[in-house]
Design a protein around this ligand. Structure first.
Ligand SMILES: Nc1nc2c(c(=O)[nH]1)N[C@H]1C(S)=C(S)[C@@H](COP(=O)(O)OP(=O)(O)OC[C@H]3O[C@@H](n4cnc5c(=O)[nH]c(N)nc54)[C@H](O)[C@@H]3O)O[C@H]1N2
Ligand SMILES: Nc1nc2c(c(=O)[nH]1)N[C@H]1C(S)=C(S)[C@@H](COP(=O)(O)OP(=O)(O)OC[C@H]3O[C@@H](n4cnc5c(=O)[nH]c(N)nc54)[C@H](O)[C@@H]3O)O[C@H]1N2
Ligand code: SF4
Ligand SMILES: [Mo]
Length: 736
């Protein structure tokens, strides 16, 4: 008899509820969960592939250990012993900084990553911590760190209540939203239009989102910073600045008019390719809308001035009084985090610097663009071992071929990953986690960016496979190994110690509670669940172990398989601020300095080409191309070229082109279109599955090329060390 189970999809940031049909221990059907309090039945092709991920014969079920050059199946005790031997030797001989850790994107999509990646970083004690964040959203986090005092205080457009939305460098129709947890973006954008609202998309390419928009504004890649400076200039020049209730919470407003003085629309127009009239019209739209929000994503972060651009997005939200008000850009309040105190220690970058290039530490990590330098460059502190966790840096990092060669030469490498792919083929040990249908889920990351406050816990839909280890336990054990406790430590004892410490801290703030009683009251079938219960019960909606009747707990969430809606977003300023001043710091010094340097930037030369990226609904970064249903049909990894450019270069639709940059050259199929600005070409990232030694039988037949063989590891956003992945100069030529 088929059964039904409900789970939250962990494959992108939208957190859709899925209804799984199970039969004889397998997922035989996946549908959107109509009763989900947040996604109301929405699903995309990736979510529909959850069963295929489970069934993928290439997915690793048991660990691998490299023996005589081959990655052979091994038992878990053997694998952990090998990890212990490999890492302990490097730490003993070369110190902790000799072990680097790279955390990839799915780390933030699992309960395991949310609960145990932090402790693993702490236990490792290495300066060489890297992640996908510096290939992605770190500029936004740095901007928010400076503005609000915390890199985790990131405002999101209150989509369901806004009247006007300005979207830059994001294609949520394809990506399903990012740093913006919005199940069913298309439906919610249509609802915005249906209630008389409008949205505008700024993008060098007429994306799916741009096609649905009320207005599409093409822009030259990497120049949104100029457009936004022009908009701020325009707001001041036309006396449209109206921060409203925010005025008393903002410091530095007086600095802005002088700072943006050199950026009149007529000055920035030739730099960004958006004419002055359009800039004026956008300023009018923003200022006139009763409730409006500005939102920027990949095209505003992984660019030359990502931090300044991201800062400007929120400067506009502040100047128009839209920050922190319903229908504007608001701060969610997730159930597992505490409220703030209204001020704090503030935010800095560069507490340490990378050894070779001197790039700044940001939010506790070093820029991933410099990992290859740290592995290749001899000397004190050289990286000799690498732990990769849910990451595929050999594909996802600029100048990927160089990093690929560097990691091939490491003394030791361990990967927590379900596949033998472009990165993990170099590992000495691979530790495979269970697939999404066989693990518990609670979204610890994306409720931080959610358009409504919600909470949803999903127990594993299917029982564990034989000889599997839950990812929470894989990470706990790795943590114990790098802490020097060996491969066989009693994880229960460690977990109890940690729970005790946390419960003592909670009990210290409440009167008359006994830690032993609290421990007895904690609910959960696993160590991870008990930790989650603790977070939820002591969080802002929590039951505080009975002190708040009806409050949130894991047990209560388990009674609600479709989730609990905690309501629309509510204003959080000043409580959320963690700046020293307890105010929004509108003009932080490092950003001011960058803006001043921009005033002298010349207009770009019109003759060369630049390459940008794109995403497709059926693709998920580098790792879901092994699902047959997602790669069938039209080829996804193509070079999108403007029709006029194609004619000039002799390129034809379906023909081949060679693309060359400072660092490399690729050849791929051409797709001719009117939907991309002249001088701009687009290649999606995450492809290039033709490397020897991988075990991706489907993906290797749809290999595509890796665009990061073109992107340049020397190009970074200076304030965050984040990779420049969009707007990379290239030359194009027809092949054959
Ligand atoms: N040129 C260019 N490069 C880019 C981008 C771009 O737009 N253009 N985008 C960048 C961005 S935004 C990102 S986020 C990065 C992504 O880059 P990465 O984070 O390095 O890698 P992913 O491609 O997301 O691959 C995820 C890896 O995790 C594994 N995995 C999947 N599920 C699990 C799980 O549950 N547990 C564990 N342990 N492993 C799992 C997969 O097998 C795969 O190896 O790429 C970046 N690179
Ligand atoms: N289907 C699918 N969904 C995904 C992913 C995926 O791989 N596939 N990846 C997930 C991840 S890790 C992330 S970070 C998010 C990203 O989420 P989004 O940022 O929404 O992703 P993209 O679709 O890459 O949209 C970026 C847009 O920026 C445009 N662009 C490029 N350069 C510039 C520029 O200089 N200025 C402007 N204004 N626009 C520019 C591109 O043309 C593209 O349309 O998506 C997530 N969701
Ligand atoms: S939109 Fe994202 S969360 Fe929703 S089903 Fe698709 S991949 Fe899963
Ligand atoms: Mo990302």
């Amino acid at each position: 008899m088929p059964e039904t189970a409900y789970t939250t999809c962990p494959l992108c940031e939208a957190t859709c509820g899925l209804e799984l049909t199970l039969d004889r221990g397998a997922v035989v059907g996946v549908r959107g969960d109509e009763a989900d309090v947040f996604s109301h039945g929405f699903i995309c092709p990736k979510g529909a592939s959850l069963g295929a991920l489970d069934a993928d014969p290439d997915r690793l079920r048991v660990p691998r250990i490299r023996r005589e050059g081959k990655l052979l199946p091994a038992s878990w005790p053997e694998a952990f012993a090998a990890v212990d031997a490999g890492l302990t030797r490097v730490i003993r001989e070369y110190g902790r900084d000799a072990v680097a850790l790279y955390l990839g994107n799915p780390t933030v999509h699992t309960l395991a990553g949310g609960l145990y990646a932090g402790p693993l970083i702490k236990a490792l004690g290495s300066r060489n911590v890297y992640s996908a964040s510096t290939l992605d959203q770190m500029p936004k986090q740095v901007a928010c760190g400076y503005l609000f005092g915390s890199p985790y205080a990131v405002p999101v457009p209150d989509l369901d209540r806004t009247d006007f939305l300005l979207i830059l460098g994001a294609d949520p129709y394809s990506s399903n939203g990012s740093l913006w947890t919005v199940p069913d973006v298309p439906g919610r954008l249509r609802a915005l239009q249906a209630r008389g609202g409008r949205f505008v998309v700024v993008d060098p390419r007429r994306s799916r989102t741009a096609r649905a928009a009320d207005r599409y504004v093409p822009i030259r890649p990497g120049t949104d910073v100029h457009l936004l400076l022009g908009l701020v200039h325009e707001l001041f020049a036309r006396d449209l600045v109206a921060p409203g209730r925010l005025a008393e919470h903002v410091a530095g407003l007086d600095v802005l008019p002088e700072l943006v003085a050199p950026f009149a629309p007529a000055v920035v127009a030739p730099r960004c390719g958006v004419d002055a009239d359009t800039i004026a019209a956008l300023a009018t739209d923003l200022a006139a809308a009763p409730r409006a929000a500005v939102y920027g994503r990949i095209g505003t972060t992984t660019v030359e001035h990502g931090t300044v651009t991201s800062w400007l997005v929120d400067v506009l939200n502040i100047l128009t009084g839209n920050l922190d008000r319903p229908g504007g850009a608001m701060f969610p309040l997730p159930a597992h985090l505490r409220r703030g105190k209204g001020s704090g220690p503030g935010f800095t970058v560069g507490r340490w610097r990378s050894r070779v290039r001197g790039l700044p530490e940001v939010a506790g990590e070093l820029p991933t663009v410099t990992l290859a330098d740290e592995i290749e460059t001899p000397g004190e502190g050289q990286v000799r071992a690498l732990i990769t966790m849910a990451g595929n840096p050999a594909v996802s990092v600029p100048n990927a071929d160089r990093l690929d060669r560097a990691i091939a030469g490491l003394d030791f490498m361990v990967s927590v990953d379900p596949y033998v792919n472009e990165t993990t083929r170099h590992a000495d040990v691979i530790l495979p986690p269970p697939p999404p249908s066989r693990r518990a889920h609670y979204d610890l990351t994306f409720y931080l960016f959610s358009v409504r406050n919600v909470a949803n816990f999903s127990p594993p839909a299917l029982p564990p496979e034989p000889d599997s280890v839950d990812e929470c336990d894989i990470l706990s054990r790795l943590g114990a190994i790098v802490a020097g406790l060996g491969p066989d430590v009693d994880l229960d004892a460690l977990a109890e110690r940690d729970l005790h410490t946390a419960l003592e801290a909670f009990a210290g703030k409440e009167s008359g509670v006994d830690v032993g009683e609290l421990r007895a009251a904690l609910h959960g079938d696993t160590r991870a669940e008990r930790l989650l219960d603790l977070r939820l019960r002591t969080g802002p909606y929590g039951d505080r172990f009975g002190a708040v009747p009806g409050g949130l707990s894991l047990a209560r969430l388990k009674e609600h398989p479709h989730g609990i809606d905690l309501g629309p977003l509510e204003p959080r300023i000043p409580e959320i601020l963690r700046t020293r001043s307890g105010r929004i710091e509108l003009c932080p010094e490092p950003i001011v300095a960058q803006v001043r340097s921009l005033a002298d930037e010349p207009a770009p030369q019109p003759d060369g080409f630049v390459v940008i990226g794109r995403r497709h609904l059926r693709s998920n970064n580098s790792w879901m191309h092994n699902v047959p249903g997602l790669v069938k049909g039209r080829e996804l990894c193509t070079l999108v070229v403007n029709r006029g450019d194609a004619a000039r270069l002799g390129l034809v639709d379906g023909g081949r082109a060679a693309v060359t940059s400072r660092v490399g050259r690729v050849e791929l199929t051409v797709e001719v279109t009117d939907d991309i600005a002249p001088g701009v070409v687009s290649i999606p990232h995450g492809w290039g599955h033709d490397r020897p030694g991988t075990e991706l039988s489907v993906a290797s037949r749809h290999a595509g090329v890796n665009t990061n063989r073109l992107t340049d590891d020397l190009r970074v956003d200076p304030l965050s060390g984040t990779a420049v992945l969009n707007g990379v100069p290239v030359e194009i030529a027809a092949v054959g």
